[in-house]
Design a protein around this ligand. Structure first.
Ligand SMILES: Nc1ncnc2c1ncn2[C@@H]1O[C@H](COP(=O)(O)OP(=O)(O)OP(=O)(O)O)[C@@H](O)[C@H]1O
Length: 430
């Protein structure tokens, strides 16, 4: 478990208990994989509860498993907390417990204020009702009177941008439209805590930008939120703290940067051994005159380095073996971040750089020299391709993983490293 460190304390200098809007205390929830048994256990539990015999048990019955095991954290007024974990790790279950939709088997949740869950797409809309009817139903469930909904109705449809479709049944909406309407009606209830489960991933990027802007405004007014996302960048830019779950196990609660670092490391590097300084590619592959034998990083003193460092001079090296003289070799490095839908963050091609590589028979080292490494801290996957005059495929290495390290704390919250100097010009020359 990741403990509370100095950074956590820095994040919350005011340790005022009245600021806590949500407190999750040792929450556990078990489910049963077998439907028939699950129904039997359900009937048993209800009967014993009605008879006042039910005791909270920390023991699992056959076929049961912990979907959440002893989860504890707090959320303060105006704070954004990221909730991360692989598929099936218990994130939705936790949000459903916080929203009061299901009860924990042990532990308890204290909520100070109004919770608006945006859990399923469309936030629980009834598909046969129109958008208009759903807004009324939804916002009244979240505690608003008809008069209050009337007052906000125009703002909701304006924010959701669904126009005339407001009077057609929600079942005819696209998933993006339903998500927009769900988001718009939830935020206009002015909740104290907003629970957001991946819904923002559905809208187009312009609408997403608008939602993030709205979330920012709500936070200024004191709304706190929990954001579930598989996209590290969203969590790192929006949230200051995070909770990490792994198959129901509570791995940690702390500042977003250190939790996301731990999560990414586990997610992608779990089965890798501590990566050696030099990655030898032992797998025999078919290659056409050029074989890439290993990939590694060096500093500008030509020493091998385990993990390159943001902003430092770095060489990315390929040890190759040519079986004959080869002219016009084109080398491509395609580097992408980790995680679902990660884009290519760096694409370098020697031909496009007008670098015409000619290799003599035998071994050689091809070096890409980077005076400043612009990649931010984190984990990456790289594909490398060697081609002859763009057309003939010589060799390729796919999914080479590496980690970029760094000492600048701010680098975990931005996208690239900017080499820079500062200068103050004073006096007459300005
Ligand atoms: N009602 C239920 N009955 C039985 N098992 C359930 C039930 N709800 C969830 N589970 C199981 O509990 C585990 C946690 O599910 P949950 O939906 O909370 O995960 P998640 O982290 O939200 O996943 P995802 O990222 O895919 O949305 C999963 O193994 C899931 O199959």
């Amino acid at each position: 478990m990741i403990g509370i460190n100095e950074q956590d304390l820095m994040l919350k200098p005011q340790d005022d208990e009245s600021d806590i809007v949500l407190s999750v205390n040792g929450v556990s929830k078990k489910f049963c994989r077998n439907l028939k048994r699950s129904l039997i256990y359900g009937v048993q539990d209800i009967t014993s509860e009605l008879l006042g015999l039910r005791e909270k048990s920390d023991k699992l019955r056959p076929k049961e498993f912990w979907a959440l095991d002893n989860v504890s954290f707090q959320l303060r007024r105006g704070e954004a907390l990221g909730l991360v974990g692989k598929n099936g790790s218990g994130k939705s279950t936790l949000l459903r417990i916080i929203a009061g939709l299901i009860k924990p088997d042990s532990g308890f949740v204290e909520v100070n204020g109004r919770v608006a869950p945006l859990i399923a797409l469309g936030a629980g809309f009834n598909p046969i009702l129109t958008g208009r009817e759903n807004i009324y139903a939804n916002m009244s469930i979240l505690g608003l009177s008809k008069k209050e909904i009337d007052e906000r109705f125009d703002e909701v449809i304006e924010f959701a941008e669904i126009g005339d479709a407001i009077d057609t049944p929600v079942q005819s909406y696209s998933s993006g439209m339903a998500a927009r309407l769900g988001f718009a009606s939830a935020i206009h209830t002015e909740p104290d805590i907003l629970l957001i489960d991946e819904v923002l991933a559905v809208g187009d990027s312009r609408f997403r930008g608008k939602c993030f802007q709205k979330l920012h405004d709500l936070r200024q007014q004191g709304t706190s939120f929990i954001l579930v996302s598989h996209d590290s960048h969203s969590i790192l830019t929006v949230c200051e703290s995070a909770v990490y779950l792994k198959k129901g196990e509570f791995i940690g609660f702390g500042d977003a940067a250190s939790i996301m670092n731990k999560y990414e490391k586990d997610l992608f590097l779990a089965d890798e051994e501590q990566s050696p300084k030099q990655i030898s590619l032992l797998k025999a592959r078919e290659h056409f005159g050029l074989e890439i034998q290993s990939i590694f990083f060096k500093n500008y003193q030509d020493e091998l380095i385990q993990s390159p460092i943001t902003g430092e001079p770095t060489k990315l090296c390929l040890k190759c073996k040519a079986s004959e003289k080869i002219d016009n070799v084109s080398i491509t490095f395609a580097i992408r971040g980790l995680g679902k839908g990660s884009e290519t963050v760096l694409l370098i091609n020697s031909m496009r750089d007008k670098e015409y590589i000619s290799l003599s028979p035998g071994e050689c080292e091809i070096q890409l020299q980077m005076p400043y490494l612009g990649l931010k801290l984190g984990h990456y996957i790289m594909d490398v391709y060697a081609k002859r005059e763009k057309l003939y495929h010589l060799d390729a290495v796919e999914s080479f993983r590496f980690t970029v390290e760094g000492s600048e704390e701010s680098m975990s919250r931005c996208i690239f490293y900017q080499p820079r100097d500062w200068e103050i010009i004073e006096g007459m020359n300005v």
